[in-house]
Design a protein around this ligand. Structure first.
Ligand code: GLU
Length: 556
């Protein structure tokens, strides 16, 4: 074991580039001035080129915890793994989150003119720009004898691992495998003189016989084996491992709650050791379950290749961002759906989100639920809102729809208003790709007859009914008068004007008023199912209604 003086010399030898002290940084990033109980959270993705939908879960928890408590929610880009670097991945990630309406208070934001800007007093928020900060803290750990350089080559480490596996021991750098743990200063100097590359390892003071107690805000009280492995703090390129960066950054940036994927739970004892070694108080932790899907009867992780796994999918497929947020909340908090039933028109942000209602057994992804949520979300939007959102979406993804919508805004809003509002709004739209087929009938250039009247009805009867309707139709009729006219026409042509009556004696009639409406519906809308026909006719106006009916009559 080296002496305190030797540790000091070692730290100078290993970090000639470091000219600041940990105290300098601690002073530079003072405690945040926030109200009592305010939470500071961060979303800390590693940009790898693929933005996984699963990231919406920790980021949503972070956002809610921070903003419900008057705190701060920031974005930190964790790009210390140069092997995983992908050109444009960071920008892509920031833009995708922004497109879904996730707004960070600090970190990276998309400005009004569309540029990405770094914002906040606790930056830099990109880990590759914080290299010297990590190295400053690493130096201090060496100085205090809590970290040491390891010169083992990849081959040596492979051999150690193989021997451990052979002996059925836990693999890792510890015990007799930790060959560099007690190198003398002269030995280290010799390696350095030789230009040998090295990593920096934590000199763990843990033991496999000890347990640590720990409380996760979702998983509750846990007992985990203490870390006894001398894991890597700095990699051979001088950049930190995730673990060291986590300790340094979350302390300097004032994170109070670390919300991250459950795959990090096994590293937690190591992280707590790092916090202790650095002399920092550890934050609170929330480990979020992974996103699963059903594969037959088995649960599987939602993997990159699965439909819906990519965050960009949702915008492209035409799900409004509101749907994505609502869906994520539905999966995250078990009491959300009840709340939504009781607060139909409240903004999602009013929901009293709490980690206490989060489940520790994986969220299950499925399209049926997603679509159901989406239908409801869209049905609660105003026609103006739907119009604005579809317009923006179609500009990017469906030029033809964009033209239709922008040709006459008032007309489009009126179409989208049909059946909207009230206690039981229509739920025709699930995704924005549903809009074109839904509104086509209102545009002559796109209108076509899609359904046929069943051939159980005589063509003569259909023609007579349609012609009777043309002769009495009046744009000024209110809905009651309009419907009375349809009933009269039914009766006149041998169709029962009352469905109940018809059901009693079906043999007495050729059909009923519903069938008559169906003839009209097909002639005017081209489809068996359409929004409220009275509303449709009003919007189209008598000229178009009559022209369509005549054209249809001629075609059968
Ligand atoms: N960069 C880590 C990841 O993408 C973040 C984990 C964390 O939030 O601490 O998995």
């Amino acid at each position: 074991m080296m002496t305190i003086e030797e540790f000091k010399i070692l730290s100078e030898l290993l970090f000639p580039d470091v000219d600041k002290t940990p105290e300098y940084y601690i002073e530079k990033y003072p405690q945040r001035n926030l109200p009592e109980g305010a939470k500071v959270t961060r979303f800390a993705p590693s940009p790898t080129g693929f933005v996984h939908f699963g990231g919406m879960f920790p980021s949503t928890v972070c956002e809610r915890l921070a903003h419900l408590s008057g705190g701060v929610f920031y974005l930190r880009v964790e790009d210390t793994d140069s092997k995983r670097e992908v050109e444009g991945a960071e920008e892509n990630l920031i833009r995708e989150y922004d497109a879904l309406g996730i707004k960070f208070d600090e970190g990276f934001v998309v400005s009004e003119n569309g540029e990405i800007v770094e914002k906040g007093d606790y930056g830099p928020y990109r880990q590759s720009d914080r290299r010297m900060i990590y190295r400053t803290f690493a130096k201090r750990l060496v100085e205090e004898g809590k970290a040491y350089p390891c010169f083992c080559t990849a081959e040596e480490l492979d051999a150690v691992r193989a021997a451990q596996e052979e002996a059925k021991e836990v693999p890792g750098y510890y015990g007799k495998a930790a060959k560099c743990r007690d190198l003398s200063l002269d030995e280290v100097k010799a390696h350095l003189a030789n230009n040998d590359t090295f990593v920096l390892r934590l000199r763990s003071n843990g033991s496999p016989d000890n347990k640590i107690k720990f409380t996760d805000l979702v998983r509750g009280n846990l007992e985990l084996t203490e870390n006894y492995i001398d894991h890597i703090l700095l990699k051979s390129d001088g950049m930190p491992s995730y673990h060291l960066a986590h300790g340094v950054d979350d302390r300097l940036m004032g994170t109070t709650h670390v919300v991250r994927g459950e795959e990090w739970l096994p590293s937690l004892p190591y992280h707590l050791q790092i916090f202790a070694a650095l002399g920092f108080k550890a934050p609170k932790y929330v480990h979020v379950s992974q996103l699963m899907r059903m594969d037959g009867t088995a649960k599987k992780k939602l993997s990159k290749r699965d439909n819906g796994a990519s965050l960009s999918y949702y915008n492209e497929a035409g799900y409004p961002s509101e749907t994505v947020h609502e869906y994520v909340m539905t999966l995250l908090n078990s009491n959300f759906e009840d709340w939504r039933r009781q607060n139909q028109n409240e903004n999602l942000k009013e929901f009293p989100f709490t980690t206490k209602k989060m489940s520790s057994s994986g969220c299950l992804f499925d399209f049926v639920k997603l679509n159901d949520v989406s239908k409801n979300v869209i049905s609660r939007m105003s026609a103006e809102d739907v119009y604005a959102k579809v317009l923006a979406w179609s500009e990017k993804y469906d030029k033809e729809l964009f033209e239709m919508l922008s040709s006459d805004k008032d007309y489009a809003v009126k179409i989208l208003s049909i059946g909207r509002g009230g206690a039981k709004p229509r739920k025709d739209l699930t995704v924005w790709t549903d809009v074109k087929p839904y509104i086509e009938l209102f545009y002559d250039d796109h209108f076509e007859i899609k359904d046929d009247v069943p051939d159980t009805f005589a063509k003569e009867d259909i023609k007579n009914i349609l012609s009777d309707f043309v002769s009495v139709y009046d744009d000024n009729d209110g809905q009651d008068v309009w419907f009375e006219k349809i009933k009269d026409i039914s009766e006149k042509n041998g169709f029962c004007k009352d469905v109940k009556q018809f059901k009693k004696d079906p043999g007495d009639y050729k059909g009923h008023v519903g069938d008559v409406s169906m003839f009209l519906r097909i002639a005017v809308t081209g489809k068996m199912n359409s929004p409220d026909m009275y509303e449709v006719m009003k919007l189209l106006g008598g000229g178009k209604v009559i022209a369509r009916i005549k054209k249809y009559t001629d075609s059968i």
